[in-house]
Design a protein around this ligand. Structure first.
Ligand SMILES: *[C@@H]1O[C@H](CO)[C@@H](O)[C@H](O)[C@H]1NC(C)=O
Ligand SMILES: *[C@@H]1O[C@H](CO)[C@@H](O)[C@H](O)[C@H]1NC(C)=O
Length: 365
């Protein structure tokens, strides 16, 4: 669904190709961004310098879940600067999966694919849904990138979603042991759901709300989403980690996925240049196996098929060392998305639950 909005704009932008990035009319007149103390932020973020090493930190592969909840989560998490390579899946929750399905699929995500995290996508407004996520994550040893979903209807429903999520994070004693970060998304800058200074303010307020739980806050966004808002340095300065949408199929220079590395590097370099050394993830990251009305390339040479979907993940594996070397402790990447039932063409599983290609990406190098 994020892709749908993305694609509509990209399709329009593709009409006027004059630069590598798609162009949009109506860019904001930018004000000078308020400088926050980015260094202090990245320091406060690395309270994990005392983190136990893997496999004695959550959610390292091989970590043994304790029988009882620890007293607090200060010596709990793995140091983000040690987390890179494949970390898990984007997982869309718009279907409001049952507890049983969450348990079964989180178990598969952890045990079959060696994931450490699941990144939530979409929204389920069912009462108690986040508690079900927390249980499934705890029982299967998975960390969660939770999400405040804006949706695409321009409404204020994200405010009640935020309040519901924050209330659950405070009320459920297990929540702070599995919730690695709260994302605002998907693509709030690209979709222009809030002016960037207001989005930065929301991030700051959320950090204050969640600070007693030691839960950081981020925004899930494309490089182009920042670029079209004048860089939105205030947002980049406010977020604790940089959660990047890396979707090179839509690049105007896209062809086959084995040729996508320069496209990945171009967006990544922008974040290296502007991100002040923060931890970075590719959190919405993949290549489609089919096009559809809402998944249309901006390059006539872009190929969508299963070998190219597979090939993109092979490419990331081939560049494991390059991605590991990136500032902030290396790129941790998510595969977008778990199943074609969640986002057509992007699934590792097809819509009848069969794996579309062998998928055992590297978790270290
Ligand atoms: C955090 O946000 C929730 C939901 O908006 C609110 O009920 C709660 O009072 C806030 N807590 C703090 C410490 O700001
Ligand atoms: C799913 O994969 C199986 C095994 O490759 C294949 O037989 C089936 O046609 C696929 N279904 C869809 C809907 O693509």
């Amino acid at each position: 669904m994020a892709l749908f909005a993305l694609l509509c704009s990209l399709a329009l932008a593709a009409i006027s190709l004059t630069s590598a990035a798609p162009l949009e009319s109506g860019a904001h007149p930018e004000r000078a961004s308020t400088k926050t103390n980015a260094n202090a932020l990245s320091k406060s973020q690395s309270t994990t310098s005392t983190a136990p090493p893997a496999p004695f930190c959550f959610p390292a592969l091989g970590f043994q879940m304790p029988l009882f909840l620890p007293k607090d989560n200060t010596h709990w998490w793995c140091d983000p600067a040690t987390e890179y390579a494949f970390v898990g899946f984007s997982y869309e929750v718009t279907a409001c999966q049952s507890r049983e399905q969450l348990h079964k699929e989180f178990r598969d995500i952890r045990q079959h694919f060696n994931s450490r995290y699941v990144r939530l996508y979409g929204a389920c407004d069912r009462d108690g849904f986040y508690d079900d996520i927390v249980d499934a994550a705890w029982n299967n040893g998975l960390g969660v990138h939770a999400l405040v979903w804006f949706g695409f209807d321009g409404s204020d429903i994200w405010i009640s979603r935020r309040d519901t999520l924050f209330a659950a994070l405070h009320a459920n004693p297990k929540a702070k042991f599995v919730t690695r970060v709260v994302q605002f998304g998907s693509e709030p800058l690209f979709d222009d759901v809030l002016p960037h200074d207001q989005l930065a303010e929301q991030v700051t307020l959320a950090k204050a709300n969640l600070s007693s739980l030691n839960i950081p806050v981020t925004v899930s966004e494309l490089a182009y989403g920042y670029q079209e808002r004048g860089g939105a340095q205030d947002v980049l300065d406010a977020i604790d980690s940089i959660n990047i949408h890396m979707l090179p199929f839509f690049d105007q220079d896209a062809s086959t996925s084995d040729q996508a590395w320069p496209l990945v590097q171009r967006d990544l370099q922008w974040f290296i240049d502007h991100g002040n050394g923060k931890k970075m993830y590719f959190d919405e990251n993949g290549w489609p196996s089919v096009t559809s009305p809402s998944v249309q390339p901006n390059s006539p040479l872009a190929v969508a098929d299963i070998p190219n979907e597979h090939g993109y993940y092979i490419l990331l594996d081939q560049h494991c060392e390059d991605l590991k070397g990136v500032v902030g402790g290396g790129i941790g990447w998510f595969a977008h998305i778990y199943s074609d039932n969640q986002e057509p063409g992007y699934g590792i599983y097809n819509s009848t639950g069969r794996q579309k290609f062998p998928f055992a990406p590297r978790t270290h190098c």
